[in-house]
Design a protein. Sequence first.
Length: 679
Amino acid sequence: MLSVIHTSLSQNKRNMVNALLRKRSVAAVFFAVLAWSILVAFPANASPRKSEIYKSDLSGLTAMETPRLDWRNPEFDLLFAIPTNDWVDQVELFLNVQAEGRPDRRAPIYVQFNGAKPVPVYPQGNSFEARINLDRSKVRPHRNMIRISYAKTDGCIGPGDGAWTIDLKDSLIVVKATSPSQPYSFQDAKEILGSPLTAPKTVSIIAKGEQKYKLEALAAQGIALNLEDLPRYSLNAGTGDMEIFAGTRAQLSSVIRGTALAKTKGKGLGITRNSPLRLVLTGDTEADVLDVVKAFAKSELPPSRRSVASGGELAWQMSFSALNKPVEGSRSVSDLGTLRFNRGWGNGAQSVRFDVDNPLAASGNAKFYFNRGDNVAKDSIVNVMLNGTDLGTIDLKHKKNVADFDIPRGLLVGTDNKLSIRPDLTPADPEQHCLSDFRPVFNMEVRSAVTVKSAETGFKGDLTRLAAEGYPFSENAGDGTTVVMGTYGNADRAAGLRVLARLAKSTGTGWIDADFVPMSQFSSTDNNVLFIGPKTDAGAPRRLTAAVTGRLSEPKIIKTASLGPVQHHLYSVRSAPTGGVAAIMESDGSDALRGYITVSKGQSFTRLAEKLVETEHWNKLQGSMAKWDDRRVEMIKTAFQPVAAKPAKPSVSAGFSLPKFKLPEFNLPKPKPADPAEP
């Protein structure tokens, strides 16, 4: 959600000097020399000052789904951070607001920025779009707040005074700022990457050396793990909102010339440019570079106020695997996200999100503790939903209220489960004057928690677990896995990097011990192999070849799943139209598996990969083979027989031993006869 417009101020200064020199006057020459002196006063490693424009729709800045301004809640607060810059030139708010009912035609909508004088908008009771310049002198580096409020002319809003709904997706905040001349520090970079307003939308990756494919893949995974939203990738310099260079100092001599990073030795990383943000991962040897890039795909950036760090400093930071743990066992709802229930009588739905491993075998419960004050009526309720399904309603009959909802198997998905909580509060005294001036006393206790239990079963070769945690290719950070980039050009390879980035976000860390090679360098191996791209290997299974060439016949059994107390079975379903193909196949004479994320013959891998990595498509991968297009994902082949769950991942603590598992016994169903229509 970032758009950056670059305007070189340094070039403008040079043009000014040239114009002055042409006038041949003493004063002109004097001022020209003075201007040139200012130019050369900058250090050699300073980045030129550039004007940047950051854009974000408001939906990326709040957990609220559709804010509604009425008597229940006349105010909506929007919090956001602005990146570290020398100065902010302009802050604009573009609002799209829809009228509901009959709002007071004389009543304005007020917009207030960081406590400045409120700016009134007079919509005369109609839906409207507004462009508002906010006071830039009020800008703060952190916790900027825009308050949008509905105020009647007589100062009191009632149930009959209509409402205003803010369309968050069609409303924007736009910030124009000038970047500093000195490179950002790592702390600055962390804030930029962590803010929806400034996080890069496109990242250029330029890698050098024999391990080029692995460096590209790990850099793509590492930066994705530093961002909330999945970026797009480019393999050409100067085409992204952020650039990542990986190579030895000799290979990147033209990139780091004149920078502080060029004066260092050994493994290192540095920010050498601000606009676009440029991160360089380097070393004296290619082995050094690989170690630094591995650390980048495994750990957070250091929170230092310097722009150069050693590779060891990066390796000491908190690991992504510790930060991105899926819910397993009990987890406090407040740990999953921030929920604000003190806004007013009508809070609207607020959501937290979380991931789980092995979602087909997962179930659990959600337990809530809600408290209400004396000014909240006993007939107030709270509705709870998970992934769009109603879990139930809590009646707030008492001052302290407890509810425990079951989460049945089949409701959870691998990534981005959405738990929504919507309070519907009624005032205890509806006759109280101007209810909109009084906030309800209502809160959720921190011991409210979600518990996820996973049965000790799974499927060998199940796309659901691939989407949820990268299994089996992500095991042991990719050790024993070969990833083959079967792509035709840079656009395909960049799309493949986005798939790998999606897998890293599902796994929770980069696949630092996997091998990454182009199709031209792939040879027979006992490793698990994952092929990404439109090219498939010569030894691809007939079933996959049939799907890719469009010869896969439609099965006759139309059934999606059968759940049992211990295990569940998946069946073939109607195949999707021609599009992408995802599959996990068994290797002949080996326990290793082969995975494929490819496309049907004649289809665009670049376009279809973009669709696959969207959360709605990604979470629908199922079975051992599935096809997808722009509209849907459908399983076309069942997963393999049930198997025991994988052992628990070892702790990062030294001396930790793995728990022992007792494998469950299974009564496997008799195999069905082969479909005679199957090729």
